[in-house]
Every structure is written in C-alpha cells, then in structure tokens.
Design a protein around this ligand. Structure first.
Ligand SMILES: *[C@@H]1O[C@H](CO)[C@@H](O)[C@H](O)[C@H]1NC(C)=O
Ligand SMILES: *[C@@H]1O[C@H](CO)[C@@H](O)[C@H](O)[C@H]1NC(C)=O
Ligand SMILES: *[C@@H]1O[C@H](CO)[C@@H](O)[C@H](O)[C@H]1NC(C)=O
Length: 354
C-alpha cells in the first residue's frame, strides 16, 4: 500500500514537472516535441510553449489575432495548426521566425486579406491551408515569400479577383484548390508560373469565360476540375492549348447550350489522346429549352441535324429559285421568239394585203 502511494506520488511529481514547462490547458508529449492545446479556450496565443516544440496544435480555440513575431521562441516548429479559431488579423511578420515551418493550417478562420508581410520568412513552407476564410481577392503580394509551397488550399472563400502576378513566385506548387469561390472568368497569365502544378480545382465557382491561353503554361497538370460553374460554351482552342502528357478534365454541372457548335467542340476534344473528359457522359443541357436536362451524349448526334436540315432547305430553295429563274428566262426567250415570229408573219400578211 505504501509502495503504491509512493509510486503515485512519483508519477504525480513527474507529470507536474513536465506540466510546469507546459502551458496550462496544453499537453506536452514526446520529449516536449509535441504541444497539444486544442480546445483549451484560449483567446490569445499562449505564452509558454516549450522551445523544443516541433508540432503545435492550437486548433479549436478562440484566438483572434496573430501579432508580429509571435513565435520567436518556437523556431523549431514544423507544423502549426490554427484551424477553427477566430483569427481575422495576421500582422506583418506574424510567422516570420518560422524558418523550418512546413505546414500551416489557418482554415476555418475569418481572414479577409493577406498582406505582403503575411508570408514573410516562410521559405520552407510546403502546405498552406486557408480554406473557409473570408478572402475576396489575391493580390500580387499575397504569397510573395512562399517559394517552396507545394499545396495551397483556398477553397470556400469569397475570392472573385486574382491578380495576374498572385501566384508568380510559386513554381513548385503542385496543388491549387480554389473550389467554392466566386471567380467569374479566368484571365490569361494568372497561372503562368505554375509549371509544376498537377491539380487545379476550380469547381463551384461562377466561371463563364476562360481566355484561350489560360491553361497553356500548366504543362504538368493531371487534373483540371471545372465542374459546377456557369459555362454554356467553350472554345476548342482553350483545351487544345493544354500541352501535357495526360490530363483529366471535369466539366459536369455547367449550363451547357447544346448547339451544333458545342457538339463539334466536344467531338474534337474527345479525339485528343492526351485529354480525358471523365464526366462527358454526365454533361446535361440547359439550352435550348426543348432539350433542357437531356444528357449531351443522348442528343449530340442530332444537334447538327437541325443545322444540316437548314442548310439543305437553303440549298434546295436556292436550286429551285435558280431553276425557276432559268425556266422563266427560257420561257420568255421562247415567247419573245414566237412574238417576233408573229410580227414577222403579220408583216408578211401586211405586205400581202397590198
Ligand atoms: C471574434 O473576434 C471578434 C473581434 O475580431 C469579436 O468581436 C468576436 O466576438 C469574436 N467571436 C467570438 C465567437 O469570440
Ligand atoms: C481543403 O480544405 C478543406 C477544408 O478544411 C478540406 O476539407 C479539404 O480536404 C482540403 N483539401 C486539400 C486538398 O487539402
Ligand atoms: C456521373 O453522375 C453520377 C450521378 O450524379 C455519379 O455517381 C458519377 O460519379 C458521375 N460520373 C462521373 C465520371 O463524374
């Protein structure tokens, strides 16, 4: 009994000494390399994080503000989890001391802009999670210092504008998630430096226009997701310009205007060996009203029939008109001839009268 009590005391002592170096509400593990402060009701960044910490989990708190040089005592951090807080402001240089940081999760916060100083010092960052924030535009400075980034998740924001140089420092980026934003068009040049990009997810936006050259620089792209947008027609050249080894393209849930032009574009696209229209069989028509909700594949053999018929009708009409005109002309000539004949005869008879 005594021994058990002793053991208990020793254990308690041990845990207290560990606890004294660990912020109240946090749990420090693995030789103080992991500090877990999830759901600790923090409303600001805790002050006593062991300097040996490599993974710091501050998710599900109520932190609203990241001051400048917040992590100056935690330079060993490799993973910093701040998702599900109430962060609306990251001061310039907020993460600037984190030169070894590889993953930063800021999703489910209230960040509405990324200033020039936001990415300062994050040169080794590989993964940045910013989904479910309030971003409306990406400017030329937003990701200025993120030279090594490989995965950028910006899904479920309200982004409607992307500056042409916003992604210009990101030649190593492999995945760009922009799904569920408010983009309406894709301007040539916005992806111009993304030569390592493999996944481009643009689903769930309001894209109706894509400039012909916009995907051209993406020579590593294996997946392009444009599902659930507002495209009613596409240019063949936009996709012909994808110069990759093989790319899967998703286009369903768009309001396709199923006319002969669209049918032709898709027929040509499907004949390009390197492009795979994975959901072609799921594309449905929005226009014209007579074939609304029909699948494109079910009507596509008929889309150009109307056009063919029109062409045929026009041709036939023209031919008939020409024929008719010729016939009329012929008739007139004959009539004229006959008329001449008559007058000649009349002349003759006149002559004979005298
Ligand atoms: C989030 O932060 C704002 C200030 O930026 C504050 O007004 C608001 O009450 C906070 N929300 C919660 C749930 O604490
Ligand atoms: C992007 O973020 C959302 C929300 O946190 C998450 O569900 C999704 O899995 C993320 N995608 C990637 C590829 O990281
Ligand atoms: C086509 O749509 C069906 C039903 O919505 C879905 O289950 C299937 O995965 C889709 N196919 C492709 C290739 O997206």
């Amino acid at each position: 009994m005594k021994e058990l009590l002793f053991l208990l005391l020793v254990t308690m002592e041990a845990s207290r000494s560990d606890g004294s170096r660990c912020e109240l509400g946090c749990e420090c593990r693995g030789d103080l390399r992991f500090t877990i402060c999830s759901r600790a009701l923090f409303s600001q960044l805790p002050g006593r994080i062991p300097p040996t910490t490599e993974l710091l989990d501050l998710s599900d708190n109520n932190i609203s503000f990241i001051p400048e040089r917040s992590f100056s005592k935690n330079r060993k951090l490799r993973v910093l989890l701040l998702q599900n807080n109430n962060i609306s402001l990251v001061e310039d240089g907020g993460f600037s001391q984190l030169e070894f940081l590889q993953k930063l999760d800021l999703s489910w916060n209230r960040i509405s802009s990324l200033t020039r100083g936001f990415s300062l010092g994050l040169t080794l960052l590989r993964e940045l999670q910013l989904a479910h924030n309030s971003l409306t535009s990406l400017d030329s400075q937003s990701f200025l210092h993120l030279d090594g980034l490989q995965r950028l998740n910006l899904s479920s924001n309200s982004i409607h504008t992307i500056h042409v140089r916003a992604f210009s420092s990101m030649s190593t980026l492999r995945q760009l998630h922009l799904e569920d934003n408010q983009l309406t068009s894709l301007k040539s040049g916005i992806f111009s430096m993304l030569r390592s990009l493999e996944v481009l997810n643009l689903a769930g936006n309001r894209i109706s226009e894509t400039e012909v050259g916009v995907f051209k620089p993406l020579t590593s792209m294996t997946l392009l997701n444009l599902a659930t947008n507002r495209m009613s027609s596409i240019y063949f050249k936009t996709f012909l310009n994808i110069h990759t080894y093989s790319t899967h393209i998703l286009l369903e849930e768009n309001p396709w205007n199923c006319d002969c032009d669209l049918q032709r574009v898709f027929r040509k696209l499907r004949s390009i060996q390197r492009l795979f229209l994975d959901d072609y069989y799921n594309l449905t028509c929005k226009e014209p009203p007579v074939i609304k909700d029909y699948r494109l594949m079910d009507v596509d053999s008929e889309l150009c029939i109307a056009e063919t018929v029109t062409v045929l009708i026009i041709t036939v009409t023209v031919v008939i008109t020409v024929l008719a005109a010729m016939l009329m002309g012929e008739r007139k000539r004959k009539k004229k001839k006959r008329g001449k004949h008559w007058t000649q005869q009349a002349d003759l008879s006149d002559e004979s009268d005298y």
